[in-house]
Every structure is written in structure tokens, then in C-alpha cells.
Design a protein around this ligand. Structure first.
Ligand SMILES: Cc1cc2nc3c(=O)[nH]c(=O)nc-3n(C[C@H](O)[C@H](O)[C@H](O)COP(=O)(O)O)c2cc1C
Ligand SMILES: CCCCCCC(=O)C(=O)O
Length: 371
């Protein structure tokens, strides 16, 4: 009997190599790439390795529970699926397979505005809790329509992406003249807006975003968003204490510390390096989540120790989906949760609440201790 690729991988990083072999170059580069010199892309992952663990020993860890609660929803792991566009580029079942995998693992999927199946199709695909990620286009009616549709289809929160008035300069997409194959589109926009990507001058997606996105979107528009929905709002793309405080003032339900997988502004802080500043600023008034570069259970442990309530996973989900469809995504979530459970056991933590700031040492602490 032939083995599935999920039986061959032992960590989530290994799915990337499989995905690279399988995907057309244009798609792999779109998924993997970051902005400009990709400094932040490189450091999003390596920054985790500058943080050291401070385990406690001789703690009874015969029962370790990694479950938690996200916006009041009980989930078996502090791990969610990040919103990423166009899953059909990875696999014919696209977001339907991702939704089924997240639901079967009992966790939350944030569906991208730019999904390749409609939000209603994805809602029906898996019974798990789902959030809807929102981009705001110049034509505000599009956002209003999609938010109402998301509410009706049972989505439980709106994730407003705040870091994308335009797309970052992703040089691989410019070189490859990124465009969509004929069988893939941004399905939510059917009947609302035509999605024609003009690749004549570089990345078709960048040109399309430049023509459609509302660059005037600002903090005052949280009031507008609240006027059209009662769903909790998470603001995604926070990297500073200043913006974290504005989010608290705007009355949102939480923030996601994120640099959009290093695809927007290069040379911003790796997400994990921005986390503590944001956590300290919000002073527990709203939950703080994190995405960017999370590839190991120990990365999740470090994020929780620095104050995140949960993390979101972007590219590894796309690579698992490419390699093995629903099973691949499920395996990504399974491996990360198994690794987290092991990291907790070996650090003397029986529940996510037991993970404390004192379980990690950052580079600034290392330098301070040498003064
Ligand atoms: C291919 C791709 C597409 C993405 N599409 C979206 C999107 O539609 N909306 C959004 O808010 N973020 C989007 N993101 C950013 C992710 O939500 C997330 O911030 C990032 O992938 C986390 O970093 P990681 O890939 O290192 O886990 C995308 C990221 C990638 C890699
Ligand atoms: C106007 C649609 C833009 C989709 C961009 C998807 C995305 O966020 C990404 O990082 O890529």
C-alpha cells in the first residue's frame, strides 16, 4: 500500500519541501514569498530561536491540557488557521478541505476575504467555529455585503486586516507576473466585482489591489464596521503599543500581532519581537493573538509565555494542503499541538495558564543580566 505524504513528514517544516516540488513556481513563490529583501521574512522564524526556555522540573505532568478559550469559544489547542487567500491554488478542494481539517481538530479557521470558495460554501464544509477576514474595498458596499453574508452564514467574528492599504512589493510575484489560472477566482466577489488581474506590468494581484482597496481606511472606520455588525472585531496587523492602545480605545474584541507573514512592509519587527510591547500596552483589557513564523510547538509555547492567548498558522497550512489535502492540514495542526504538549510537559506546565513569562528568556534579558 502506498504511504501518504503525511506519513512521511515528522515536522511541519517538511511540508514546505513537498509543496515546492508539487506547485507551479508562480504559486510556490506567491505562497512562500515576502516583501522586498525579505529581511522580516527570514527573521519571523529565526527570531523565535533567540528566545530561550526556562523549564521547571519535578512538576507532576501526568496530565497536560493544552485546551483554551478564544473569544469565549472552547478550543482543544491555542492554535488557529490564519486567513490566507486562494487555497485552490494549492489543492482542488481548497478552503473546503482546510475547513474540514480545522473542524475535525476542533479549532478555529479564519477564512480569507480572498478565498477561492465562497464563504457560504466554506461555512457548510465543516461545522467548526469560523471567523471571517475582511479587506475593505473603495466600494464600501462590498464589505457591508460580505459582513452581512458572513454573519448569516454563521461566522463568529470579523478579522479586520489593518496592514494592507496596498499590497507590499513581493518581487517574486512581480518577476513571475503573478496571475490566476482560469479555474481559480476570489469567489466571494462573484456578482459584486469582476476579478481580472492585469499582469502586463508585474504582479497582477498587486495591480488589482492598488485599484480596489480603500487606502483611506482608518481607526475611525471601526465605528462604521460596528454599525454594520454585532460580531466581535479583531484587528490584524498590530505591531506597536501605540496602535494596540488605539485598538483598545476603538472597543475591538482583540488584536492580532502580525506583519502579514512579512509580505507587506519589509524591516518591520518579527511578530514575536513585537508581541510583548503590545501585551504590555493592552494590560489584559483585550486578548492578544500572534501570527508569523510559528513552525514549532516551542514557538507556540514562547508566544504564550510572552502573553499571546493563541497563535495563527499561515504558510504551513497551505503547504500541508498542497501535499495531502485535508489530511495534510490536519497533520499540521496535530504535529504543532503534539509538540506544544511535549514542550509544556518538559517545562512543568499542566495547562496553558501555567505558562508564565518566567518560562522564557529574551535576548534583552540576556544582555541585561550581563551588565
Ligand atoms: C499566501 C498568503 C496569503 C495570505 N492572504 C491573506 C489574506 O487574504 N488576508 C490576510 O489578512 N492575511 C493574509 N495572509 C497573511 C496571514 O494571515 C498571516 O498573517 C501569515 O501568513 C502568518 O505568517 P506565517 O505564514 O509565517 O504563518 C496571507 C499570507 C500568505 C502566506
Ligand atoms: C485585493 C486582494 C488581495 C489579496 C491579497 C492576499 C494577501 O493578503 C496576501 O498576502 O497575498
Amino acid at each position: 500500500m502506498e504511504m501518504s505524504s503525511s506519513e512521511l513528514v515528522v515536522n511541519v517544516g517538511e511540508y514546505e519541501a513537498l509543496a515546492k516540488q508539487r506547485l507551479p513556481k508562480m504559486v510556490y513563490d506567491f505562497y512562500a514569498g515576502g516583501a522586498e529583501d525579505q529581511w522580516t521574512l527570514q527573521h519571523n522564524t529565526t527570531a523565535f530561536s533567540t528566545i530561550r526556555l526556562r523549564p521547571r522540573v519535578l512538576v507532576d505532568v501526568s496530565k497536560v491540557d493544552i485546551s483554551t478559550s478564544i473569544l469565549g469559544f472552547k478550543v482543544p489547542m491555542p492554535i488557529m488557521v490564519a486567513p490566507t487567500s486562494l487555497h485552490r491554488l494549492a489543492h482542488p478542494e481548497g478552503e473546503l478541505a482546510t475547513a474540514r481539517a480545522a473542524a475535525s481538530m476542533g479549532t478555529i479557521m479564519a477564512l480569507s476575504f480572498s478565498s477561492s470558495f465562497s464563504l457560504e460554501e466554506v461555512a457548510e464544509a465543516g461545522c467548526g467555529v469560523k471567523f471571517f477576514q475582511l479587506y475593505v474595498y473603495k466600494d464600501r458596499k462590498i464589505a457591508e455585503t460580505l459582513v452581512l453574508r458572513a454573519e448569516k452564514a454563521g461566522y463568529k467574528a470579523i478579522v479586520l486586516t489593518g496592514d494592507t492599504p496596498r499590497l507590499g512589493r513581493r518581487e517574486a510575484d512581480i518577476r513571475n507576473r503573478f496571475t490566476l489560472p482560469p479555474n481559480v477566482t476570489m469567489k466571494n466577489l462573484d456578482g459584486l466585482l469582476s476579478v481580472q488581474l492585469d499582469k502586463s506590468k508585474g504582479s497582477g494581484l498587486e495591480a488589482y489591489a492598488a485599484g480596489t482597496m480603500d487606502k483611506s481606511l482608518s481607526w475611525k472606520d471601526i465605528r462604521w464596521l460596528k454599525s454594520i455588525t454585532n460580531l466581535p472585531i479583531l484587528v490584524k496587523g498590530i505591531l506597536t503599543a501605540e496602535d494596540a492602545l488605539l485598538a483598545v480605545q476603538a472597543g475591538v474584541a482583540g488584536v492580532i500581532v502580525s506583519n502579514h507573514g512579512a509580505r507587506q512592509l519589509d524591516f518591520v519587527l518579527p511578530s514575536i519581537m513585537a508581541l510583548e510591547e503590545v501585551v504590555n500596552a493592552v494590560q489584559g483589557k483585550i486578548p492578544v493573538f500572534l501570527d508569523g513564523g510559528v513552525r514549532r510547538g516551542t514557538d507556540i509555547f514562547k508566544a504564550l509565555a510572552l502573553g499571546a492567548e493563541a497563535v495563527l498558522i499561515g504558510r504551513p497550512v497551505l503547504y500541508g494542503l498542497t501535499a495531502d489535502g485535508e489530511r495534510g492540514v490536519k497533520n499540521v495542526l496535530q504535529m504543532l499541538s503534539d509538540e506544544l504538549e511535549l514542550a509544556m510537559s518538559l517545562s512543568g506546565c499542566c495547562s496553558v495558564k501555567d505558562i508564565k513569562r518566567s518560562h522564557v528568556q529574551t535576548t534583552s534579558q540576556m544582555f541585561a543580566s550581563k551588565l
